[in-house]
Design a protein around this ligand. Sequence first.
Ligand SMILES: [Zn+2]
Ligand SMILES: [Zn+2]
Length: 269
Amino acid sequence: MIKSVVSKEYQELQKEIVKLQEQWKLQIDPETIRPILDKAAMQAGVPAAALTTIDFEISLFLQWIEEINTTLVKFKPELEAKLASIPSLLTEETAIRWIDEAFSYNHLYFTSFAEGHGLEEWIPQFLAETALRPYLQLTAEMVQPMINHAVPGAGCPVCGEPVRLAILEEEGKKAIHCPRCLANWHAKRLECSHCGNEDHKTIQFLTVEGDAISQIQVCEECKGYIKIIDTRQYITKPSAGLLDLNFIHLDFVAQENGYNSLGEKKQTN
Ligand SMILES: [Zn+2]
Ligand SMILES: [Zn+2]
């Protein structure tokens, strides 16, 4: 039997956040997002969101952060005191900085922000990333028709997030889904998303006992892995974000077996 490693409470919180993000996305004026898709840059692996001009509406961003805080407190009342200083810390200037740093995953910036303001380490980046995603998701929706493949190693062609989740569709087609911006694209069944290796001898599939619908694709060339979930039996297909979370036990299995979520650049002599 597979023991879920994520608490029910945490899953419920994530579901609530996904719902909020769907509502927030509708509050964004699509005209404030202007992708300038440069084919050559995209073929070189530059994520489409980096080629997009977004006029962020700071008041919306601040309002969403407040809504996240309310939701967090609902699930964990003891967080109330820990989140109390956030509204006064978030000046317009800081909010703009949060958006920039969340976009580029600047973990160091957020840890030092937390440290400098006596916040728990995870709080600033979690808030910024959660409130940034509706913009990334709307960008992904707008450019999705132009996204049909990804450059191995470059991550999601829209937001740059490292590839970690694929879904098996009808006829066993493999579609990579980005849990961050929800973009998706097809990939070869035997292809490593991290290094591009296509050799069937060095690409393997690990399975977890008692779990018939998922597998871990691992690559001996770069030691990278991704999770593959067969959703053909699902009546309503869960979102990529929830699948990623519900199958987090596969991440533990992969990492225990010496694989990592990014792959490693090969040493050349
Ligand atoms: Zn993405
Ligand atoms: Zn590889």
